[in-house]
Design a protein around this ligand. Sequence first.
Ligand code: C2O
Length: 594
Amino acid sequence: MAAMASTVTFSLPSPAIQTSFLPRTHRHPRFNKKRPFNFVSNKTVSCRASNGNENNEHSSSPNRFDRRDVLLGLGSVYGATNLVIDPFAVAAPIAAPDLDLCQKATVTSKTAGTIKVACCPPKSAKIIDFKPPEFSKIRYRPAAQLVGPEYLDKFTKAVELMKALPEDDPRSFMQQANVHCAYCDGAYDQVGFPDQELQVHFSWLFFPFHRLYLYFWERILGKLIDDPDFAIPYWNWDTPAGYALPAIYNDPKSPLYDEKRNVNHLPPVLIDLDYAGVDEEISKRDLIKSNLSLMYKQMVTYKTPSLFMGAAYRAGDPPAPGMGSIENVPHTPVHRWVGDTRQPFNEDMGNLYSAARDPVFFAHHANVDRMWTIWNSLPGKKRRDFTTTDWLDASFLFYDENANLVRAKVRDCLDTRPLGYEYQKVDLPWLNTKPAPRRPRQGKGQAKAAETSKTTVISNTFPIVLEKPVRIEVPRPKKSRTKLEKEDEEEVLVLQNIKLDRNVAVKFDVYINEEDGETPTEPADSEFAGSFTNLPHTQHSGGKKLDTKLTLPISDLLEDLDAEGDDSIVVTLVPKLGKGQVSIGNIKIEYVRD
Ligand code: C2O
């Protein structure tokens, strides 16, 4: 399908044309109602469905209109009617934003009120399409805990120079931090869809956006110290040797330092990747076990692109269709763990608008990016990237090392080698830390788990507002599947229409067939299916709640719990952070094949 589509790529008109064409105030483009070509093609449907992300609950949104109608409308306005003859011609990748329409980000919290943050980039008359230069050698991004003094000198010098650039230089440290703010806090709406925010989190854009963002940050640093081979470090939080905030960021005299960090989490304190806002009393041994088990779950048990990378997000879609594995955990907990609880919005790392003002953000995201490369290399025939042009042709704008505004596409960053870098190899101890059932199964696990308990509400009425732990029995449409069937389709637990205010920090955990015991379920237990997290952020249209979904793979887990023959499972939802502020529209089991 990719090959066919690429021969007839349909792209949106340039942002400049779009601007005059769909003024920002035009909330409901008239193309909405227009249906110049009314085709329903099975081919189109199967092509789209093959991404396994078509359970987008947003499609019932009252503001929603079919992006195809809109795109067809654009096509006909431009006289490009030949483009719509083949349904494959109608691609719907998210387009790079129109900088002329960028607006201030609104940051709010219940306790600290509202502030407006100006994080729009400088404008540029010219946009160049990104083409990575020919790199003569690979830059190796080192693990931050392993760098030597020579490297550290270079890195600190580079960041110092970046911080010394004039404020309006798009390569300056603050402007670079603002890039993140603009793409995350509703400064842009989607070109052609003034009702829809452009958001690079909570979807399949998460990995590629951040890869490109870091690439340009690194190239700017290299240019500033006149070392084109310079590579940024990564925070190796997936392995015990890297659990502490890297020491190079903790010297108050260094430009790598940021005082807006949680003072209880400075080195040598080790990170809890399951962090939910409270420092648990836990032995070092248990912490390591918990962290490694979480990494195993998030990396090994997520076996398809949509599960790992996030749900499809196309032009015209509401933001936040659903996070992938790593974005959810441990990406969000790491942010929260570093953010300063004394600051009104948990700046810097604890809020998306300010996160990239802390230099450690880039080390954190380098490790997130590294997880993408590792995931691709693990065995399994579905551990590959999406192949649809709706993903490959999604694009973003960045300023490069020469202060040129460039448009880069997802397809430009699928592999790190053409971008000139790789990651220093270190051990991956989590590959061997498969979680184990908490206790041997006695009789029907799910029947036992369904028993009433004092602390848990049993519910089957939706929506559920998560104030305290809730149990729900969820039927399984298929049971006792063969090995082949399981390889073909992953059984997933889907929590639909998860609604919350964007500015609230949230974490809740999901357990399966958990028998009520005295000890809490931990990531090292098979029963622990995963978590949902939200890092506070805001969108431009305000008021609207985040409406997203959580998809957790459970095939391996059900094998571990010996529950594959059961007609149903018992799901326990345990709010950890943001109690009473999240509601869940529905829970069901589905099968994804991507
Ligand atoms: Cu764009 Cu860690 O967030």
